[in-house]
Design a binder for this molecule. Structure first.
Ligand code: ADP
Ligand code: MG
Length: 290
């Protein structure tokens, strides 16, 4: 490939709102046959809102939401933003810690408050999940919403369901990727039901759900070992390792700095159709080079 043609390609990219790290990146896309996508903030808008609060064991919805918000105030996760925005008033946590892909823990008024994935609360914290909580989680997930459990003083106190919407351009972008002969796989830390609902709505081929952040990286390298040439598209801190490992890393410009630093391409126009544009552009650019 001549450097001039590649530079023309990168110049056209910046006009389209696609920031390409360097001319050599266009060459990497030639062999791409598989596109791995994160869900939240990549296929969906990433702007989550609280759909429902279900308090159990005599607690009130207001108190469940307030203590969850106190625990989530230190987190930048879309789930945390939704919960803190929904709580009109909340106490301040004294300590805070988050565990990527699982949840947050905080001490609020001398009480340990946990918000996270149901399995994390049972496995890591030995919290018993009552049937009312399991039911609320199932109902939320079957409806395509993400459910987190709120616990304090060693017991589950409620469920908060949050959801965002599929970005309007995602279905068409996936169709274009398929038209280019690419296989699509969605990888998410979210629950199976939620992941399947979103994937079906946009037409993504395969789904791997309940994936831990370190497993996103492993999935990319596993696909590469199977001989696939992989583009990864993501926005989160939890996508950075996978973005760096992929043959082509594409970050959403609306995402975290960690994702953009790890990527070869950043989509300033943070929508998936820009990813389809980027791949089409690279193919066209290289197609003109003999
Ligand atoms: P994704 O792959 O969709 O970006 P993550 O790996 O960030 O998802 O999170 C996976 C799951 O971990 C979430 O669906 C949620 O159950 C839990 N989780 C992650 N961060 C938080 C948080 N700040 N508060 C509560 N739960 C969280
Ligand atoms: Mg994400």
């Amino acid at each position: 490939a001549t450097p001039t043609a590649l530079l023309v390609g990168t110049g056209r990219g910046s006009q389209l709102g696609i920031l390409i790290r360097g001319p050599q990146v266009l060459e990497a896309t030639r062999r791409i046959d598989t596109v791995v996508l994160d869900k939240t903030g990549t296929v969906t808008t990433g702007k989550m809102s609280v759909h429902q609060v279900t308090a159990v064991g005599g607690e009130t919805d207001t108190r469940v939401l307030a203590l969850a918000a106190a625990a989530e105030a230190g987190s930048e996760h879309p789930i945390a933003r939704a919960i803190t925005a929904a709580a009109t008033d909340h106490p301040t946590a004294d300590t805070f810690q988050s565990t990527a892909g699982l949840g947050v823990q905080a001490v609020v008024d001398d009480t340990l408050v946990l918000v996270g994935r149901p399995a994390w609360l049972t496995d890591q914290w030995a919290i018993t999940i009552p049937e009312a909580v399991t039911d609320a989680v199932r109902t939320a997930e079957q409806g395509g919403a993400t459910a987190v459990v709120v616990a304090w003083d060693g017991a589950a106190r409620g469920v908060i369901s949050v959801a965002d919407t599929i970005a309007p351009t995602s279905p068409d972008a996936i169709r274009r990727l398929h038209d280019m002969g690419l296989r699509t796989i969605m990888l998410t830390g979210d629950a199976e039901d939620v992941a399947r609902t979103v994937a079906a709505e946009v037409g993504i081929d395969d789904v791997e759900a309940e994936v831990r952040p370190e497993d996103k990286y492993r999935t990319v390298t596993r696909l590469q070992q199977q001989g696939r040439s992989v583009a990864m598209i993501g926005d989160g801190v939890n996508d950075a390792a996978a973005l760096a490992a992929a043959d082509l890393g594409i970050a959403m410009g609306s995402g975290t700095d960690a994702a953009m630093e790890a990527a070869d391409i950043t989509l300033i126009r943070a929508d998936l159709s820009a990813a389809a544009d980027a791949i089409a552009l690279a193919r066209r650019t290289l197609g003109t080079i003999k």
